[in-house]
Design a protein around this ligand. Structure first.
Ligand code: NAD
Length: 496
């Protein structure tokens, strides 16, 4: 099945941090793939803006190398690569000063403060550290680039607690309306995450069962095999709670638990997500496990411990979290949600498992065993959805039951042959151009998420909590298994 390509309106996109890791590895390769797919209007234009003093030619060479590395299949089309690069421009500027800003105004075709100056959609992507979000917003305004329909895209982290997130929201709101601000969480751009909404609200099959009467519990796992290399300073100040739970896992929790919105409209969807966050119970200290990975001595994959990696021998920052929470509303009262995420785990795997209750009575007797249905939603790798159903074991051996998967792997079912599934940034960037905020976080959502997270972090600080060590390449600390066992449950395996 080949998806339809609907071209977007012509746009003028400025990427602040255009020489940075995220721009080179994700944002520009995503734009290139959309360009190759025929989604760009010929008047569209991309400007990289960063501190480095580069000529346009040297910037294009830098990006060419990135595209060959991060979009290798598409970059084999030399003609397309050349055309795409010819649309790239570069401006050297200082986000905290005034150098380069008049140059930027010229490159984007003038100011945007009066209507009718340029009919292209105007987007500014803040792919820089959060300390620059405020200065950039202020300068866009000062230099006449913040028009009524200008859009800004803001990367994570959006604050490090409620107070800083509020302050950031106030700063951005001084120059832009909420409808112009796109707070990005790339998890929301993943095909499966969107499919979660399609599966839940596009089928009659699941929604009647989607509540505490039929669902025993839900597990959300985001496991990584990598450590913190390249991000040591940031990560040690953040930890898994701020880096992953407050945003990515919280967003997944919202989508899995929210009520059906009246329509698929940005505010209707975000209103429902916000209600979920506001209904979350505080997490009890005995319902949360923090961990830090140990050193690995295996010569094939040797690496230092977490503390060694960040060069902080006494660090109490967690590289792993497992927790149990509840949503206090009619739908979910009594169904626990278990969230876990960590680094240096046994496999890279992001998956949501919905574990249904056992059938109330087994007509097949005790020996048939327990066979709970399971809906497994895989975000990465191998995006897809699997429903585990119970059937009779084939053959003449009597009535024995086995669980078999009904499997839908999107790459096989939907992808044109030989193509990778679209990257989350492809979808999200096109949504920004289309002006669709559904998959972006609203300011009040981010603040509500911090309101839930802050007391948990404050509790660790006041108790002097120290994370439990865990074996690198394992599923995390033993205490995380005990958290489940105390409830008579177990984690699903972490498999690639
Ligand atoms: P980076 O350090 O690789 O790049 C930073 C960019 O900002 C560079 O282009 C640099 O020139 C520019 N810059 C710095 N100071 C400047 C100034 N005063 N004026 C103008 N430009 C300036 O950072 P990155 O990894 O690309 O991350 C960018 C943002 O995206 C950060 O907020 C980060 O937290 C977020 N993010 C990154 C990743 C990732 O995988 N790299 C993932 C998620 C979120």
């Amino acid at each position: 099945m080949v998806s339809r390509i609907i071209p977007v309106d012509p746009f003028n996109l400025v990427i602040f941090g255009g020489t940075g890791d995220l721009a080179r590895r994700k944002i520009i390769p995503a734009l290139f793939r959309r360009y190759c797919a025929g989604q760009f209007h010929s008047k569209s234009h991309i400007v990289g803006a960063a501190r480095s003093d580069l000529t346009i030619e040297s910037y294009r060479r830098l990006i060419e190398a990135s595209l060959r590395e991060h979009a290798p299949k598409r970059a084999q089309d030399e003609e397309a690569l050349k055309e795409f690069l010819s649309r790239l421009d570069y401006v050297s500027l200082d986000a905290k000063g005034t150098a380069g800003w008049n140059d930027l105004v010229d490159r984007v075709g003038g100011t945007r403060t009066e209507p009718g100056q340029d009919d292209r959609v105007s987007v500014f992507y803040f792919s820089v550290g959060p300390d620059l979000f405020g200065p950039l917003a202020e300068r866009l305004h000062r230099f006449g680039l913040a028009g009524a329909d200008t859009r800004i895209v803001v990367e994570k982290p959006f604050g490090r607690d409620l107070e800083s997130a509020r302050a950031l929201n106030v700063t951005l709101a001084a120059h832009f309306d909420e409808s112009q601000i796109y707070r990005i969480d790339h998890y929301l751009g993943k095909e499966t995450v969107q499919n979660l909404m399609a599966v839940r609200f596009g089928n009659m099959l699941f929604e009647p069962l989607w509540n505490s009467q039929y669902v025993d519990h839900i597990q959300i796992t985001v496991a990584e095999t990598v450590g913190v290399s390249g991000r040591e300073e940031y990560y040690d100040a953040a930890g898994a709670m701020r880096d992953m739970i407050q945003n990515h896992l919280m967003q997944l929790l919202c989508l899995i638990a929210m009520e059906p919105p009246a329509k698929f409209d940005p505010d209707a969807v975000r209103d429902e997500k916000l209600k979920v966050i506001r209904a979350l119970d505080p997490v009890m200290p005995h319902h949360i496990v923090r961990g830090q990975f140990e050193a690995c001595l295996d010569p094939e994959r040797a690496h230092p411990s977490y503390r060694g990696s960040v060069n902080q021998p006494r660090s109490t920052t967690e590289s792993y979290i497992a927790l149990r929470t509840h949503i206090s509303n009619w739908r979910w009262a009594g169904t626990p949600f278990y969230l876990r995420t960590g680094k240096r785990l046994k496999a890279r795997s992001s998956v949501i498992n919905v574990i249904f209750k056992d059938a109330p009575h087994s007509i097949f007797g005790e020996e048939a065993g327990r066979h709970a249905n399971l809906l497994s939603i895989r975000l990465q790798p191998n995006e897809g959805i699997t429903l585990k159903v119970t059937i009779k074991e084939p053959g003449p051996g009597g009535m024995r039951l086995v669980d078999v998967p009904l499997d839908m792997t999107f790459a096989e079912a939907l992808g044109p042959s030989g193509e990778d599934p679209p990257d989350a940034y492809e979808r999200l960037m096109m949504d920004v151009i289309r002006g669709n905020q559904t998959l972006f976080m609203r300011g009040d959502e981010v603040e509500a998420a911090w309101s839930w997270t802050d007391p948990i972090i404050a509790g660790w600080t006041s108790r002097g909590d120290v994370p439990k060590p865990y074996v690198s390449g394992s599923a995390g600390p033993i205490d995380a298994d005990l958290l489940m066992q105390r409830d008579g449950r177990e984690w699903r395996g972490i498999t690639p």
